[in-house]
Ligand binder design. Structure first.
Ligand code: SF4
Length: 292
C-alpha cells in the first residue's frame, strides 16, 4: 500500500508566522499569553502549551495586567486593543497581513455605506474570531450570514456591500451574491448600482480546492487530518468527500480504523491550513508501520 502526503496541505504563512513568533518568545520567556487558540488544532496547541503558551479568553484578558499577549492570525476587533492598552498589556500582533488588509477594507466600505444608508454583509461563521474582528470594524453593525438560506434577513431595498471571511467557500459566497442580485431585480433595483460584491476569500484557501480535488481523486483512501473546530478543515474535508467517498476525517492517529485500508493500493494524507506537517508525517509513519 502506497502512502503519500499532500505537501500543499498544512499551515499557511499567516499561521506559520504566529506559531514561529510564539516559539521564539517561549525560548526566552517561560510564559506567553495568547487570546484564543493560536491554531484550531488541539495536538499543535498541546505542543505549544507544553512550551509555556497559555490560551486565555476575553473574560480572562480583562483580569490580565502588565503581561505580554499574542494576537493570532485571525485578528481582533478594536475593542481588544483598547483593553490591552487599558491593562498595560504588551501586544505581539500576528494578525495575518491578508486579514489586516481586509479589516481596513471592511472599515472603509462600512463608512461609505453608512453615508448612503447602506448595509455591510459578511459571509462567515457567526462567532468565529476573524468574523468578530471584521465586524468590530463596523461597530458590530454588519450582518453576518452563514449561508445563502439567510439572504432573506437582508433588506434588499438598501445598497449592499458584500464581503467574505477569508476561509469561507466561493460556492456559498457566489450563491449569496446571486440571490441578492435576483432579489434586487425583483424589487426593480439595479444590482450594478446597489450591490458591491468583494470576494475576500484568501487565495490560499480557494486555490486549495482544485488541488485537493485532484489529490483526492488520485488515491483510493483519503485521510484528512484537522482539528474538529477548524471551519477551514471541515470545508476542505467536504471537498475531499465529494470527490472520494472513502475520505475520513481524523484529528489524531487514535481515530484510525484499519478496516479503511482493506484491499487498498493507495492512501493520501492531507489536511487543513491549520494542520501541522509534522502531524501528517507522524500519521503517515503510523499507518505505514501498522498496516503494511
Ligand atoms: S488562510 Fe490566508 S488569510 Fe487566513 S491566516 Fe492563512 S494566509 Fe492569512
Amino acid at each position: 500500500m502506497k502512502i503519500s502526503i499532500d505537501y500543499k496541505s498544512g499551515f499557511c504563512f499567516g499561521v506559520t508566522a504566529a506559531i514561529e513568533a510564539a516559539e521564539e518568545e517561549l525560548r526566552v520567556n517561560e510564559v506567553l499569553y495568547c487570546l484564543g487558540d493560536l491554531v484550531h488544532n488541539s495536538v499543535e496547541m498541546n505542543r505549544l502549551a507544553d512550551m509555556g503558551l497559555k490560551v486565555i479568553s476575553y473574560e480572562e484578558m480583562k483580569e490580565l495586567k502588565n503581561e505580554k499577549i499574542l494576537i493570532r492570525a485571525h485578528g481582533e476587533p478594536p475593542s481588544t486593543y483598547e483593553l490591552a492598552q487599558k491593562n498595560n498589556l504588551e501586544v505581539l500582533d500576528f494578525t495575518c497581513p491578508v486579514v489586516l488588509k481586509l479589516q481596513q477594507r471592511v472599515h472603509t466600505a462600512w463608512l461609505e455605506a453608512e453615508k448612503i444608508g447602506g448595509q455591510l454583509v459578511i459571509y462567515g461563521k457567526p462567532g468565529h474570531a476573524e468574523v468578530i474582528g471584521l465586524n468590530g470594524q463596523t461597530k458590530n453593525k454588519a450582518l453576518v450570514l452563514s449561508s445563502s438560506e439567510d439572504v432573506h434577513l437582508i433588506d434588499c431595498k438598501k445598497p449592499i456591500v458584500l464581503f467574505s471571511q477569508t476561509t469561507k467557500d466561493e460556492k456559498g459566497f457566489y450563491e449569496i451574491a446571486d440571490k441578492l442580485k435576483n432579489y434586487m431585480n425583483d424589487e426593480g433595483l439595479n444590482p450594478d448600482e446597489n450591490l458591491k460584491v468583494h470576494n475576500s476569500i484568501c487565495k490560499l484557501v480557494s486555490e486549495r480546492v482544485p488541488q485537493l480535488q485532484q489529490f483526492a481523486a488520485e488515491h483510493d483512501v483519503i485521510i484528512f487530518v484537522s482539528g474538529k473546530k477548524s471551519s477551514n478543515g471541515n470545508y476542505l474535508y467536504s471537498i475531499c468527500k465529494e470527490v472520494n467517498d472513502n475520505s475520513f476525517f481524523i484529528s489524531s492517529n487514535q481515530e484510525i480504523d484499519f478496516q479503511w485500508f482493506n484491499n487498498v493500493n493507495s492512501v493520501g494524507i492531507c489536511g487543513a491550513t491549520s494542520t501541522p506537517m509534522w502531524l501528517m508525517k507522524e500519521i503517515a509513519d503510523f499507518i505505514e508501520k501498522s498496516a503494511n
